[in-house]
Design a protein around this ligand. Structure first.
Ligand code: NAI
Length: 794
């Protein structure tokens, strides 16, 4: 027998990791855990417990507390109690705690890795080499942010008490992604781990004790969905951060809509894995193994949709099948195992059901003939080919080791297929051509794009989705912003309790009579003045009750037309930032030229002083955003791999803007200008107090080279129009800066496609104060960051 033959026939011996340490830790707790609240272990108020088991054997590991609303309340009270002292620490003192947590994680890394594998079923190779090192890295990185917080985020403060709910696929890693940025920014936390995998969160509670973290800063309450729901509903929680299914994310969004809780959602995905004919196919196949069979495919960013260029499809499928035949599935504590156990029976059944459905819809199912363990929850690596793009297995998240393969002919078709999903979490592009890769990466609607690599994560690089994969980022600068608020905004009083700086008694300008000729204006859609579909108009009165003019009564159809026009204007987002800046400067210039007549008309509603201030500050505001347009850049991250990650700030798309009532011109410009400066298109509903401003605005826009459809203005009954905007699937984000009830309404009504919502939460914003009315806070809401990972070196 030759050496080659010997190598080919050599069998792997079992190489099991010793679980004794982890089991001994469970034994020391008598295999029974309460909640970790206010620095102590507490039995559940209702006395209810449930079991957590090893999915690879079915054996019970421990019993953990089922959290009730009472337990959640105790935890929130503890977090609230701990908040003032935690916030009053110096950045350095907080940094030292995070550093201590990182050190403890590192010290206990093996124990944590084994415990994770026991509870979740993932291969020890992954928990040991990926999950736990990334957990430590996250705490180190955020210890650094804690240290730099005041320098890097001046004027910002913590949200307060944060409720965090995490899934079972990366239990400790998701905990780290949530807790590290929350603590670094000065929040206190109540975290609920998933019911299938609570053990490493409880181990982390012990690590908090060991690190000497003050009592109440981190509280862990275990339980199922009802415990999570109690946390989401608790009235004294300032922010909810959730990772899990889109369905539950939607439910959470609905519940938090009626509150002022800040929300970030990291939801499901159906990420495309695109392989071009010029790719290094062997590397791509290795990437694919990682893309879909990592963690048994129970990964939100799993490359579950394989898109192959037609010319190489057959060859590629052969290579994939050959590789699948060598995958080893078995006891996850065995160090030579590629694929471990599925987390729970219900998940296993769900995977089987979806595969059956895919086959019923015409897919061809192929599985390698590799042995499966006789006990435990296992699902073989599975390849579904001939999948139709509309098939359930091409559209729904399977969350299992199942790859759905399709073909494409041209890069354009690849992009179309890739984006043909409601999700937008991640994507992979494999091609030896840097031009093709980056060209395609730029067009993909996804929060992360890996070029010639897969599943790379780092604390410095934000992770999160587009569209129904959620909003908000974890990691990086943008991740910290999810846990911070501008100090002034947090302290802003509710609307109408504080007069604006500019408020003063109304006075009539001398030449008012001349400007009060009855005006009738039109809607502004696609760069054209348009009559309303309804054929009706409504009267607008001045402060003294005089009729000032009439504005069209816009309706659903007009909004639909505006959405269509805005979509057609998407090229605006691809124009150069310099180009956008030039157009904005031109808008400012044209507004300047009409300064007096616009102020004179506006003064009939808001008084002369405010009208003049609105116009002159409005011109300045446009100048500011013209200035920002080519300076609000992304970043290049240097993660600890041979990669760069290009953090691109991309426009969200079409933004619906419900403008503030009290400052008809300045309020409009303060919202619409930042939105379009970064490349979004806008559909605005102007102030109900003075919608006639629309006429002045469109005359300015028409003379300013603003491409048709970039800004559309619909007048009418704001509440009705807002409802249509919020419900419309063609709108990607909605901003509402009127009253508290409207803020709640837009959040509730936009649950359908999980729009990003930005509101004043019914608080006063003084548009005349530059610190409040303009700047990064607004710009940060106009973009979503896409991280494009590009390897370098041979
Ligand atoms: P899930 O979304 O129900 O669970 C995630 C977390 O949310 C758990 O801690 C759970 O207890 C909690 N939760 C459940 N209902 C809640 C509610 N109404 N309010 C607050 N918290 C609640 O996910 P599940 O049922 O474990 O898995 C179902 C499917 O979801 C999977 O097959 C997969 O497709 C998807 N999923 C996606 C994840 C991702 O990272 N994108 C993670 C986990 C699941």
């Amino acid at each position: 027998m030759s050496i080659v033959e010997k190598f080919m026939t050599m069998e792997y011996g079992p190489a099991p990791e010793d679980p004794r340490e982890a089991l001994a830790w469970l034994d020391r707790h008598n295999r029974r855990f309460g909640h970790f609240i206010n620095g102590t272990w507490q039995a559940p108020a209702a006395g209810t417990y449930f079991d957590t088991a090893d999915p690879s054997t079915g054996e019970k590991l421990a019993t953990v507390a089922q959290g009730s609303a009472t337990d959640v309340d105790s935890a929130v009270k503890a977090a609230r109690g701990a908040l003032p002292a935690w916030q009053s620490l110096t950045p350095h003192a907080r940094a030292r705690y995070l550093y201590a947590l990182a050190r403890q994680v590192q010290k206990h890394s093996r124990w944590l890795a084994v415990l994770e594998t026991l509870d979740n079923g993932k291969p020890i190779r992954e928990s040991r080499d990926i999950d736990i090192p990334l957990v430590a890295r996250h705490f180190y990185h955020h210890a650094g942010w804690a240290q730099l917080l005041e320098q890097e985020f001046p004027g910002y403060t913590a949200c307060g008490v944060v409720g965090q709910i995490i899934p079972w696929n990366f239990p400790l890693l998701m905990l780290a992604w949530k807790i590290a940025p929350a603590l670094a920014t000065g929040n206190t936390v109540v975290l609920k781990p998933a019911e299938f995998t609570p053990l490493t969160a409880l181990a982390f509670a012990q690590i908090c004790e060991e690190a000497g973290l003050p009592a109440g800063v981190v509280n862990i309450v275990t339980g199922d969905g009802s415990t999570g729901e109690a946390l989401v509903k608790h009235s004294d929680v300032d922010k909810i951060a959730f990772t899990g299914s889109t369905e539950v994310g939607r439910a959470i969004r609905k519940v938090t809509a009626q509150s002022h809780k800040k929300l970030s959602l990291e939801l499901g995905g159906k990420s495309p894995f695109i392989i071009f004919e010029d790719a290094d196919l062997d590397s791509a196949v290795e990437g694919l193994v990682d893309g879909i069979w990592f963690n048994q495919g129970q990964v939100c960013c799993a490359g579950s949709r394989l898109l192959m260029q037609e010319s190489i499809a057959e060859k590629l499928i052969g290579k994939i099948q050959d590789r699948m035949n060598t995958l080893r599935i078995g006891p996850p504590l065995d160090k030579a195992i590629d694929i471990g156990a599925i987390v729970a029976r219900v998940q296993l059944e769900r995977i089987q059901r979806l595969v059956d459905q895919g086959v019923a819809e015409g897919a061809t199912c192929w599985q390698p003939s590799i042995p499966l363990p006789t006990r435990g929850l296992y699902f073989p690596p599975t390849l579904l080919s001939n999948v139709h793009p509309t098939s359930v297995v091409a559209q729904q998240e399977i969350f299992g080791p199942v790859l759905a393969a399709m073909t494409f002919r041209t890069p354009r078709e690849a992009v179309e297929l890739a984006n043909n999903t409601v999700y937008g979490l991640a994507a992979c592009v494999w091609s030896e051509s840097i031009n093709v890769s980056l060209h395609v990466a730029a067009q993909l609607k996804a929060g992360v794009v890996w070029v010639n690599c897969t599943n790379l994560f780092d604390a410095a690089c934000g992770f999160g989705g587009y569209r129904e994969s959620g909003f908000g980022r974890e990691g990086g600068r943008e991740g910290l912003l999810e846990y911070l608020e501008p100090m002034w905004f947090k302290q802003a009083p509710p609307l109408h309790t504080k007069p604006l700086a500019i408020d003063q008694p109304l006075e009539q300008p001398a030449d008012l009579a001349a400007s009060l000729i009855d005006r009738t204006i039109k809607l502004y859609i696609g760069g054209k003045q348009a009559r309303p579909d309804s054929g009706y108009s409504m009267a607008v009165h001045g402060a003294d009750g005089r009729l000032l003019g009439e504005v069209p009564l816009g309706n659903r159809k007009d909004i639909r037309n505006a959405v269509e026009a805005a979509r057609k204007a998407e090229g605006w987002g691809k124009a150069t930032a310099h180009n956008r800046a030039q157009v904005l400067y031109y808008v400012a210039e044209n507004l300047s030229q009409r300064r007096e007549e616009i102020a004179a008309r506006l003064s009939a509603v808001v008084g002369k002083k405010q009208a003049e201030a609105e116009v002159s500050l409005g011109i300045e505001r446009i100048f500011s955003y013209a200035a920002w347009a080519d300076k609000y850049d992304g970043a290049v991250h240097n993660p600890p791999f041979r990669n760069v990650a290009l953090a691109m700030k991309e426009p969200i798309g079409t933004v619906g803007v419900v403008c503030p009532t009290d400052a008809p011109l300045l309020g409009f410009l303060s919202l619409v200008m930042p939105a379009i400066a970064t490349g979004n298109t806008a559909i605005a509903i102007p102030s109900e107090k003075y919608p006639l401003i629309t006429g002045d605005l469109y005359q300015v826009f028409e003379t300013s080279d603003l491409p048709d459809g970039v800004v559309n203005i619909i007048t009418g009954r704001a509440t009705e129009l807002m409802k249509t905007l919020a419900e419309h699937d063609g709108i990607d984000a909605i901003w509402c800066f009127t009253d508290e009830a409207s803020a709640a309404a837009v959040k509730t009504l936009s649950v359908g496609n999980l729009k990003q919502v930005f509101t004043n939460e019914g608080r006063v914003i003084d548009w005349f104060d530059v610190k409040q009315g303009e700047g990064r806070w607004f710009l940060d809401h106009t973009v979503q960051v896409k991280n494009i990972w590009v390897p370098y070196g041979e």
